[in-house]
Design a protein around this ligand. Structure first.
Ligand code: FAD
Length: 389
């Protein structure tokens, strides 16, 4: 995309590049375990960003946001991806924080937001249950008010990184009256509370990122309820739009595509290189065009959020196209790597530079069209909320 930067934007870009050159060490850049960013590295990187005041570009300035323009956010995200910066921990910064600063009490804001900014506390997301994924509103984990606390019983599933989490934000059923959506509340639960148990699920890439979380008579103080009882569905939906916007990952797909091009240029095929293969180039060009179109769509979404709106149902469009493109890039990377893609299965042994070709990353990437709400369900949302069908 050809964006015209003003002299101020160019100066900002220079500052970002200088910051990255000074702070993004090879150790942080290469901090991968089995194709996933090492959680310890994510925390360290977020602390470095926070020290600079750059951890939360999308938060309101009053809570620690940067106050950057859309162009500055665009520059920052692209420079970070291009330099190979790791992701920050999304569950706090990009998921529960917008709910806390939008719907939480002043006490909750003061208690939780500073630790989220500095990544002192790891959060996880307790939405899905064995019988409630796409049909999330049918969730059954129950919270019963008993004096000054709730007693929580039930089970969550697919809880990413629950094994590292200090806190979980949970959707719980506080009423069975009326429509399913009406009896849901949004509770913050300390993972160290007696009765919380985490059980591991191995994923297809043979890594441990997923878990089940069980609640057996877990006592949660009422002050950990966000907003009003039985209004949690409203807050949950706001969180999901932020989550889906974040999942699109345009800047990181651009970086992955860039690496793929470099790899193809150096990969010998017969007397030339893979980059001379017209079939390979056609596939590459199609992905690049789709990615460029998505980037414009993302910029439009960022523009409306910067103007004060919460990301709306359009976030479903970003989620669908972003994850489809991520999968296409990883498919083409495996194709380009040929048999090396299998040799490179062990991401940590080869580091960030080539881990992108690993079959482990390809396999885990299949989940992208499922998590954050499956792409089929996003299409239903678009049909109803965007197209009005
Ligand atoms: C890697 C990974 C990480 C995850 N991390 C978390 C997490 O941290 N916290 C959390 O709470 N959840 C997490 N999830 C859960 C995720 O949100 C759910 O898997 C997702 O919402 C789908 O729900 P489900 O798995 O129950 O599938 P189901 O809802 O059973 O769906 C099965 C299939 O049916 C399709 N389908 C269902 N309903 C419809 C419909 N109405 N119209 C058309 N098609 C439909 C779906 O698209 C899907 O293909 C994670 C999932 C994965 C894979």
């Amino acid at each position: 995309m050809d964006i015209q930067f003003t002299p101020e934007d160019l100066a900002f870009q220079k500052d970002v590049r200088a910051f990255l050159a000074d702070n993004l060490t090879d150790e942080i850049r290469g901090g991968y375990v089995g194709g996933h960013v090492d959680p310890g590295v994510m925390i360290r990187w977020q602390k470095i960003l926070n020290k600079q005041g750059w951890a939360a570009p999308n938060w309101p300035e009053s809570y620690g946001g940067t106050g950057w323009s859309i162009t500055q956010k665009y520059i920052f995200e692209n420079e970070c991806a291009e330099a190979g910066a790791p992701a920050v921990v999304p569950f706090g910064l990009k998921m529960v924080a917008p709910v806390i600063y939008s719907f939480g009490s002043d006490e909750q804001k003061q208690r939780f937001l500073p630790d989220i900014l500095d990544s002192n506390v790891w959060w996880c997301q307790g939405y899905s249950e064995p019988g409630a994924g796409s049909d999330l509103a049918s969730l059954q984990t129950k919270a019963v008010l008993d004096g000054d606390h709730y007693v929580v019983n039930g089970q969550k599933i697919w809880t990413t990184y629950a094994q590292h989490a200090d806190w979980i934000f949970c959707l719980v059923r506080t009423s069975s009256e009326g429509k399913h959506q009406q009896g849901i509340s949004f509770l913050l639960i300390d993972m160290k509370t007696p009765g919380v148990e985490v059980r591991k699920i191995d994923s297809i890439d043979n890594q441990h990122t997923l878990n089940e979380v069980f609640f057996d008579n877990v006592k949660v103080p009422v002050e950990n309820l966000i907003g009003e009882e039985n209004k949690g569905w409203t807050y949950a939906k706001v969180l999901l739009t932020h989550e889906r916007t974040a999942i699109a990952g345009v800047a990181s797909s651009k970086k992955a595509l860039h690496k793929l091009k470099e790899f193809a240029a150096n990969e010998r095929v017969g007397s030339g290189s893979l980059a001379d293969d017209p079939l390979f180039n056609a596939k590459l060009a199609k992905i690049e065009i789709d990615l460029m179109a998505l980037e414009y769509t993302e910029l439009r979404a960022i523009a409306s959020v910067s103007a004060g709106a919460a990301p709306g149902p359009e976030s479903s469009i970003l989620k669908i196209r972003g994850t489809e493109i991520q999968q296409q890039v990883s498919e083409l990377a495996v194709e380009a790597g040929g048999h090396y893609s299998h040799v490179m299965n062990d991401g940590e042994a080869v580091g960030n530079d080539v881990a992108w070709t690993s079959s482990a990353k390809y396999l885990y990437g299949r989940a992208a069209t499922i998590y954050g709400g499956s792409n089929e369900v996003q299409k239903n949302i678009i049909a109803k909320m965007v197209l009005g069908l």
